[in-house]
Write a new protein. Structure first.
Length: 393
């Protein structure tokens, strides 16, 4: 090769290396949508609430604390902040981004003029874990996310699973979006009942600190939200229950076709939570709540709901604020969220029930806030809030 040809070749090779490096940087850089300019914030920070001292073998440790991440917009147009509580196996990162690098619901609602508080549950992620206070820890097996969120259409564990289309990746175990979700799965307190009491107390401490707020719960956190609103109806201005833990009383196990559903454990002895609620007439013990199950489900792809035996006790404190229950088309909650809505209505509560598919928003799984159309779903919530909790600054 002649010297001038070698120089030209080296230049071409260098150019290819630069181009390849830029391409890799582009592919690995978190996505930034063209309509997402920098956030204008008055405050971006964090704090802890509900910290207690637990003494173990003569030494003092901090426990029961809840990590709270706060974003306050430079121009706040809504009087009540939104407190975002994540579900099981997850952390507050559910709301602060997506597995493919887009903005999450936290940023979306800040852009709508809401102050937003995102928490990590006690004993989870940045809230810390103390075995002496919380008991055994549970780690989630990686396949749980694949079968329930990422590639549920392949596993077909419940009838609606095949409708899933919104995961932001190809659904393979080694796909970058799948790996991001798997990496976000957090060890948690094994005892679900204990989690409910711990989170109730920590969320009450948060509301006592920041004042009236809108409570957004997802999945497992639904069981925490009801007792918080029941205890502080003056401070909870609305409940956004995104596929809240359920159905009432007994959990559901998914076994695939043809039978689909199997009754699980009694996880919500007070109907929608394990925490005592202010029923009217009152109950001293959960066993006083008499339950009965439907003889036949409302449709072949739905579970048989449990309800109270009539006359049903009422939940007067949950009648004091607007409530939204939101369900995705392809989620494992699609077979049973209507049971939770029916239970609330039987107890005198008047929730709004939105099935996203009825609005033409289709194909979403249980982790809808992480999926391709997460902004479309956030917009549904925002429109409901505009009517249920008008802005008055």
């Amino acid at each position: 090769m002649k010297p001038n040809e070698m120089i030209a070749y080296a230049g071409i090779a260098a150019g290819l290396i630069v181009a390849a490096t830029m391409a890799i940087a582009f592919l690995t850089k978190p996505a930034q949508a063209a309509d997402d300019p920098p956030l204008a914030l008055a405050r971006d920070g964090f704090f802890y609430v509900n910290a207690k001292t637990t003494t173990v073998d003569g030494k003092d440790y901090v426990s029961h604390q809840m990590y709270v991440e706060v974003r306050i917009p430079a121009k706040q147009t809504h009087p009540y902040p939104i407190v975002m509580v994540h579900g099981g196996t997850m952390s507050g990162t559910n709301y602060t981004g997506t597995p493919d690098g887009r903005e999450g619901w936290a940023q979306y609602f800040v852009r709508q003029g809401y102050a937003v508080y995102v928490v990590d549950q006690p004993g989870r992620a940045r809230s810390g874990y103390l075995a002496a206070a919380y008991g055994p820890m549970h780690n989630v097996e990686r396949g749980n996310a694949l079968s329930r969120f990422v590639a549920q259409e392949k596993f077909k564990l419940w009838p609606q699973a095949v409708l899933h289309t919104q995961w932001p990746g190809n659904g393979e175990p080694d796909d970058p979006a799948t790996v991001q979700l798997a990496a976000s799965q957090m060890p948690a307190i094994a005892d679900f009942a204990s989690q409910q009491f711990l989170n109730r107390d920590a969320l009450l401490a948060l509301l006592d600190k920041i004042g009236p707020a809108i409570l957004l719960t997802h999945s497992q956190a639904g069981a925490f939200g009801w007792p918080v609103a029941d205890a502080r109806p003056d401070l909870v201005k609305a409940i956004l229950a995104v596929e809240p833990n359920g159905p009432p009383f007994y959990q559901v196990e998914f076994k695939g076709a043809p039978d689909w559903f199997k009754q699980g454990t009694l996880a919500l002895p007070y109907g929608i939570t394990a925490v005592p609620l202010n029923y009217s007439p009152p109950v001293k013990d959960a066993s006083e709540l008499k339950m009965l199950q439907q003889d036949k489900a409302d449709a072949p792809d739905l579970v048989r709901c449990y309800a109270q035996a009539e006359p049903a006790r009422q939940l007067p404190n949950l009648q004091k604020m607007p409530i939204l229950v939101l369900t995705a088309e392809a989620s494992y909650h699609a077979p049973y969220d209507h049971c939770t809505v029916n239970y609330l209505r039987q107890a005198g509560v008047k929730p709004t029930y939105i099935r996203l598919a009825d609005l033409g928003i289709k194909g979403n799984s249980h982790v809808m806030m992480l999926e391709k159309n997460n902004k479309d779903i956030a917009a549904v919530v925002a429109r409901w809030l505009d009517e249920a909790v008008p802005a008055k600054m």
